[in-house]
Design a protein around this ligand. Structure first.
Ligand SMILES: [Cu+2]
Length: 159
């Protein structure tokens, strides 16, 4: 019994220590599906990981594009349509996904020279003042996309 306690105690101390650490707010899996037609917007996807405190994602911008908007996909009378989002709540320690068939970015006129480098920097602006810069991987339409996880497909949607 005694030896069990001495083994367990340091482990408990370690757990308590990690529990005190502040969770970071960050963004990953940023991807842009480049529209083949420069007149129609490209789509962008990413995942936000909430930090210790709830925040709001206020805006996403890019110096490599004319305009970026956050959208949601909604069913209206049996038709998929899109709705602009002014902001998105990111609860503490949550995982909020922008993915095909759901929330997404619409990105107008991605600079072709920058897109050709395979990376476009997006700036995520949060209500707590954080501005997080993330390099989004550029996918040309027609390239193998990461597997959609059953959330539907935007492939036949008109933007
Ligand atoms: Cu859209």
């Amino acid at each position: 019994m005694r030896s069990l306690l001495t083994t367990l105690l340091p482990a408990i101390g370690l757990i308590a220590l990690t529990g005190c650490e502040k969770a970071p707010l960050y963004v990953d899996k940023a991807t842009i599906r480049l529209s083949p037609n420069p007149e129609t917007p490209s789509a962008g996807y990413f995942t936000v990981h909430g930090g210790s405190d709830p925040v709001t994602l206020r805006d996403v911008t890019s110096e490599a594009a004319i305009r970026v908007e956050m959208h949601d996909s909604v069913m209206k009378n049996g038709m998929m349509s899109m709705q602009r989002l002014d902001s998105v709540d990111i609860p503490a320690k949550s995982v909020v996904k922008f993915e095909p068939g759901g929330r997404h970015l619409m990105i107008w006129k991605v600079n072709p020279g920058i897109a050709a480098t395979g990376k476009v920097t997006l700036t995520f602006i949060f209500s707590n003042g954080d501005r997080i810069l993330v390099d989004a991987a550029v996918q040309k339409t027609g390239e193998a996309a990461p597997k959609d996880n059953g959330m539907g497909n935007m492939g036949n949607m008109t933007h």
